[in-house]
Design a binder for this molecule. Sequence first.
Ligand code: IPM
Ligand code: MN
Length: 339
Amino acid sequence: MAYQVAVIPGDGTGPEVIREGLKVLQAVGQKENFKMDFTAYDLGGDRYLKTKFHAIYLGAIGHPDVKPGILEAGILLKTRFTLDQYINLRPVKLYPGVDTPLKDKGPEHIDFVIVRENTEGLYTGAGGFLKKGTPDEVAIQESINTRRGVERCLRYAFHSCMKRNRAYKLTLAAKTNVLNYASDLWMRTFQELAKEYPRVKTDYTHVDALCMWMVKNPEWFDVVVTDNLFGDIVTDLGAMIQGGLGIAAGGNINPDPGGVSMFEPMGGSAPKYAGKNVINPLAAICAGMMMLEHLGEKKAAERVEKAVMQVLAKHLKSLAAGEMGYTTSQVGDLVVKYL
Ligand code: IPM
Ligand code: MN
């Protein structure tokens, strides 16, 4: 018989006492004719301090052989929640040379950011079933909106507006005509905070109407703030009007001191293109640029953006996988060349 045992020596005197414990366990096993296979795990404070990161750079999560939901919940959502990355920041910017499906709109019309709340709303997993599997089944998915959570998200949005230095316009998107509790809290908090930021013009739209205006008059927007699910939906629309998933990037941000943020291209793992060197890396490169900006490397971020713009304006035939006129690695090389 061989027992498989995981060993976590840990911190302080932990490794010393465990060493003696292992000695005894092995010795007694020999006398009594069993084996113990120990697998050591390097976990604890030392490891934590050694491996504390300033940021996370994520490619894509999602695998054709893994049931949908497992990786999303276990890796992506878990990271957002555990690290309290309460902002999902998604710039919607159309670069010159990029096609938008919006008729008669160009880069001068499409340049705004969407600030999505990233830790509450319908995403917390609160809810449950009643009478599951019966004809009377009830499924409840609760939208959690805390004053603290809503306020910190709105504050971030007001600050983004000031930092962008453009139209100083912040649009809240919610559904005050129907969500009489959740949207009410958002609206009241928004109106209260507006008094603290007199420089910022505030505006409100129902989220369904936002979908219309993002298509018809995207130039109206500077910063848009909204809750988790609405934000998830409208940022996909945003990605399309800026040229698609080949270019759209986002950040999961914990803006608090010591916070660790995660940056990612918006596209998924696209298994059908995997390993072919045909996918567009610009969204991931733009996520890297957002990470640099977040880390305070503003000049480096600007350089990356300018280089990306050169590649878009001078080289790529299309942003779509396999239709760029270049391979994935050639696009990366081009961006480096223009740095
Ligand atoms: C996104 C994605 C995720 C979300 C999924 C994969 C859980 O759609 O980042 O927008 O809904 O937030
Ligand atoms: Mn999404």
